[in-house]
Write a protein that binds this ligand. Structure first.
Ligand code: 2P0
Length: 337
């Protein structure tokens, strides 16, 4: 038994991941089955630490997020997730969940990915269900799609799973796994630009895009080729190709949202300022490539050796922003495990 686990409780740590081939759009909202495969790098910054303890006497789950009692949607999502864990375990005990997130407030940095990956690992251990990494990834997916990838360290691909057959078959086929890569010694320079809170949740934005954007299908189709090309580029350790594919896939995803009705636009003037700087870096022969998620922040993929120069350039573009450098990190694990 790892030291993070006691008879009735367990503590797990997980990190966010940044997708290089994006997940955007669900074909099943309840099971969180995506329309497309996606591929990401798990980071070595912003860990989430989650402790789950069973309380046989409690009538309700008690969830604390960064020291405050979770209310509203966040609390509901966690309780719904715990219901699923209880179903799998056959135990009915309520749980005390304590989550500490280190993502800076408003950074828009996939805290649901690290959050549900840590919760899946801690809750499975606390409820005594013995799941392998594949099953943990499937379970984490039910909390938040991108969490399926944070179960693994480094580069991971999340399979959409079969879209013929039963719901159970689709569920079984939709999980993440590590991607074979040659060493590209990558860094992601993260530009947290100043921005207000997200106007549209990614859940709602995905739904609107799938339902109304005439560009959605073409992007989803092109994403298949992007993924195949990305696997090849990672396999041969070609950072330039990895970056080019990641950038085109992300810009395509944002194009689908811009064409939704009404449009969803997460990119801000500061985002574009960073994109200009990334272009300039490439003209100066520094391989650097941008990707953006459901917010204005930019993550710039480059060689670790170039990260200080890239970070300086980005800082110069967004003087009011915060810039930090991340590398590939570990998958979700029990503390002490
Ligand atoms: C990704 N994003 O692949 C994409 C790219 C944002 C843009 O996964 O509804 O929080 O919980 O499954 O995983 C954000 O969506 O959505 C996301 P749910 P999630 O990283």
């Amino acid at each position: 038994r790892p030291s993070g686990q006691t008879a009735t409780g367990a503590t797990a740590v997980a990190h966010p991941n940044i997708a290089l081939i994006k997940y955007w759009g669900k074909r099943d909202e309840r099971l969180i089955l995506p329309c497309t495969d996606s591929l990401s790098m798990t980071l070595d910054v912003f860990p989430t630490t989650t402790r789950v303890r069973l309380d046989p006497d409690a009538e309700q789950d008690e969830v604390t997020l960064n020291g405050d009692r979770a209310t509203g949607e966040a609390g509901r999502r966690i309780t719904t997730f715990l219901e699923l864990v209880r179903e799998l375990s056959g135990l009915e005990h309520r749980a005390v969940v304590d989550t500490r997130n280190t993502v800076p407030t408003g950074a828009g940095l996939a805290s649901s990915a690290s959050g549900f990956a840590a919760l899946a690992v801690a809750a499975a251990a606390a409820y005594g269900i013995d799941l392998d990494a594949t099953a943990l990834s499937r379970l984490a997916r039910r909390g938040s799609g991108s969490a399926s990838r944070s179960v693994f360290g480094g580069f991971a691909v999340w399979h959409a799973g079969p879209d013929t057959g039963t719901a159970a078959e689709a569920d079984l086929g939709s999980y993440a796994e590590p991607v074979p890569t040659a060493d590209i010694d990558p860094a992601l320079v993260i530009a947290v630009v100043n921005a207000g809170p997200k106007a549209v949740s990614s859940r709602e934005a995905m739904r609107r895009t799938v339902d109304t954007s005439p560009l959605y299908r073409p992007w989803a189709d092109s994403s298949k080729q992007d993924l195949a090309d990305m696997r090849t580029a990672l396999g041969r350790g070609d950072l330039e190709a990895v970056g080019e594919i990641a950038e085109r896939n992300a810009l395509g995803m944002h194009a689908t949202m811009l064409a939704a009705r009404p449009a969803v636009r997460y990119l801000s003037p500061a985002t574009v300022a960073v994109l200009d700087r990334v272009l300039q870096l490439r003209q100066d022969s520094v391989p650097a490539y941008a990707t953006m998620d459901a917010g204005p922040n930019v993550k710039v993929l480059c060689r670790r050796a170039d990260a200080p120069r890239v970070a300086d350039a980005v800082r110069d573009a967004v003087p009011d922003g915060t810039v930090l450098v991340a590398g590939p990190g570990r998958g979700a694990h029990l503390l002490g495990g």
